[in-house]
Design a protein around this ligand. Structure first.
Ligand SMILES: [Zn+2]
Ligand SMILES: [Zn+2]
Length: 283
């Protein structure tokens, strides 16, 4: 890698113009460096300074789930989602189930996940769970979301059809969030029919994402969320640089443009949607 590319990977994007009322519907605080109360506070202070007043921090594996719950207790602006990422679905043994069930009863835990199907890594990573194992773990998380009444946080990579079929077969929980929505217009329409939330990340700002913007365009504003999935998927024109919750306004402005809505109004709607989806208190 050239040194200028390395520099870019380390250089955070500049602060966007503030856009009050936003919530980051899906981030990973620990992976962004938030592993102590002080570091979490610094990340959330930065976000709040540009209008991002609350975040949902999401677990990938069991260690991450413990970090997420801890962060949600350290800082009133953070809420947690707990579960095993589909690539780690093979870790869902009896001990993991028991611990996730216990965590899911915590009042700071607002969602179950991220769970779902990932067919990208099955052929590219030797330790990625097989599709059949992913499916069983997904069904277990769906059931946990129903039992707890919390939102189901869906991860979907290259598995649109199977993912929607599993949800239909198992029966959707009351609230389903399609995190980092990546489908086309037809998949978006199907999700809208089912009243799922479509959460858009920085990918909707990328130059080659015309179909994704078309999917956003047909999504009713009331079913839209905005997220970073930080530290990944930094919005254009800062792609490849480190992402954090303070970057949400960049993506929210693109969603406003796609919908032809005023930026402030868009931020207000997106924030209200996240509060409704995750039953968050007003701040
Ligand atoms: Zn994901
Ligand atoms: Zn994620």
């Amino acid at each position: 890698m050239s040194s200028s590319k390395k520099d870019r990977r380390r250089t955070p994007p500049p602060d966007p113009e503030p856009l009050p009322g936003l919530i980051d519907a899906h981030t990973h605080l620990a992976a962004c460096g938030g592993r102590t109360a002080e570091d979490v506070r610094a990340i959330l202070d930065h976000a709040e300074a540009v209008g991002v007043s609350q975040v949902v921090t999401v677990a990938d594996d069991m260690v991450d789930a413990r970090w997420a719950v801890a962060a949600a207790h350290w800082d009133a602006r953070a809420f947690a989602a707990v579960g095993l990422h589909p690539t780690h679905a093979a870790d869902l043994d009896d001990a993991a189930r028991a611990e996730l069930e216990e965590m899911s009863g915590d009042e700071r835990v607002v969602a179950i996940g991220e769970t779902g199907l990932d067919y990208y890594w099955t052929t590219r990573s030797y330790d990625c769970a097989d599709p059949a194992v992913q499916r069983d773990a997904f069904a277990w998380h769906i059931d946990l979301a129903k039992r707890t009444g919390k939102a189901l946080m869906i991860h979907n990579r290259e598995a649109d059809r199977d993912l929607l079929d599993v949800l239909a077969a198992e029966g959707s929980p009351e609230t389903v969030v399609m995190h980092c929505f990546s489908g086309d217009r037809a998949i978006a329409a199907e999700c809208v029919d089912r009243n799922y939330y479509l959460s858009f990340s920085g990918t909707v700002t990328f130059g080659n994402s015309d179909e994704l913007r078309a999917a956003a365009d047909i999504t009713p504003a009331e079913l839209m969320l905005v997220e970073t999935d930080a530290p990944f998927l930094t919005p254009h024109p800062y792609r490849g640089q480190p992402n954090q919750s303070y970057c949400v306004p960049y993506t929210a402005r693109v969603l406003a443009a796609v919908k032809g809505l005023d930026e402030q109004e868009t931020a207000r709607i997106l924030g209200a949607n996240a509060r409704r989806a995750y039953s968050l208190p007003l701040r």
